[in-house]
Design a binder for this molecule. Structure first.
Ligand SMILES: Cc1ncc(COP(=O)(O)O)c(C=O)c1O
Length: 385
């Protein structure tokens, strides 16, 4: 039988990591024992009290039914308190918070909610590849905006203001930025909000990394009047070590949450209540929790620097988040070449920066989701090959 896939999938390929993990699995079957420093999936568990809530709630008889499309009020209140405590942002727990099955799905929901065929969305180059796929699948067109080391990986508003923005409806931003680790410095959030207001663009700040190796978590919603033009996506995947649990959240004006719910409530039927209650517990954790995980990431980061030194890469030591972004040595054509070289010679996988867009071609990204012992073994393997 020959059934053609839909036109909307034209140009959409399987996610890079989905393919690469298959190749790594095949290499492992050949006995290669690849050290994977690619993907940003925390290897550490959530806090034990979070797991306890899941266990206790799952044992009850009355926690197994479908749940509200807009999430449990307990989780929404926990998100509101979390935003208040850490970002100094006030959110109405009833109307301005929409729990998600991971923030990745929120990106798709927003695109499906707001984009018509031919509408345009500004996406960062380099940036998280899902923005491009979600915009394209929804029928929109991507307009890349360049980020560069010279501009501290922040949008160049002079260039943007000279761009034809007449069809642009959405702009994705992501600070702290993945893959570069750039923090939202130089009032970048204020500048983004003024730009969005001046051009009638809805901004989405994708914010899963603000607690990782960063002393001062920031939200775009802390800018005066931000809710008029901005939505923020957040996640428990990284800072609460709950990537596999699939818990994210969308925050912003009541009207936006209602718009997105019109789409989302036709896609899923809520989240398992014990997961939501455990997520609420995770959001109540104090500074000790974040200090504890950051101590571990800081140690690993030092090893990542050592590994990158061996490969003659250069990097900014002040970058935040759970990756290290590094410029490759000119003896390599691009990050793909360096990544392949290290994979096939030393059985260590590091991510080529080019998968995040053409401006990432001269870079590689190392994940900190591997133990110090793994980093040391990787360093040894690279040294002897
Ligand atoms: C920039 C960025 N946004 C969103 C996500 C998705 O996170 P979640 O697990 O909440 O779907 C990731 C995950 O790697 C990411 O790097």
């Amino acid at each position: 039988m020959n059934i053609k896939t839909s036109d909307r999938l034209a140009g959409i390929n399987e996610y890079y990591f989905s393919q690469k993990l298959r190749e790594i699995e095949a290499l492992n079957k050949e006995g290669k024992n690849i050290i994977n420093l690619g993907i940003g999936s925390p290897d550490l568990p959530p806090h034990s009290s979070v797991i306890k809530v899941l266990q206790q709630e799952a044992e009850k008889n009355n926690t197994h039914a479908y749940q509200s499309y807009k999430g449990s009020p307990i989780l929404r209140n926990a998100v509101a308190n979390w935003y208040n405590t850490w970002y100094n942002v006030t959110l109405n727990a009833d109307t301005e918070i929409l729990p998600l099955i991971g923030s990745k799905e929120g990106i798709m929901h927003i695109c499906m909610t707001y984009l018509n065929d031919g509408d345009e969305a500004l996406i960062p180059n380099p940036g998280y590849p899902t923005y491009k796929s979600a915009v394209t699948i929804a029928g929109g067109n991507c307009i890349n905006y360049d980020l560069s080391e010279q501009n501290n990986w922040q949008p160049n508003f002079d260039v943007l203001s000279k761009t034809d923005l007449s069809k642009v409806k959405l702009m994705f931003v992501n600070y702290p930025h993945m893959p570069t680790g750039q923090l939202p410095t130089n009032n970048v959030f204020e500048k983004i909000i003024s730009f969005a207001k001046a051009n009638n663009i809805l901004v989405i700040n994708d914010n899963p990394y603000s607690f990782i190796l960063n002393e001062k978590p920031q939200s775009i919603l802390s800018v005066d009047g931000a809710k008029d033009v901005a939505i923020e996506l957040n996640s428990l995947s990284k800072s609460q070590n709950m990537a596999g649990w699939r818990i994210g959240v969308m925050c912003g004006a009541k009207e936006r949450m209602e718009d997105v719910l019109r789409f989302k409530s036709n896609m899923d039927s809520g989240m398992f209540l014990p997961v939501q209650l455990a997520a609420a517990k995770a959001l109540s954790l104090g500074k000790d929790w974040y200090d504890g995980i950051n101590k571990i990431y800081a140690e690993r980061k030092q090893r990542a620097f050592d590994l990158l030194d061996l490969l003659h890469c250069t990097y900014d030591k002040t970058q935040a988040g759970m990756f290290v972004w590094a410029k490759i040595d000119s003896s390599f054509e691009d990050g793909y070449k360096l990544s392949d070289d290290v994979l096939y010679k030393s059985n260590v996988f590091i991510t080529p920066g080019g998968i995040f867009g053409s401006n990432g071609n001269g870079y590689v990204r190392l994940s900190l989701c591997a133990t110090v012992e793994k980093f040391e073994e990787a360093i040894l393997r690279i040294k002897i090959n």
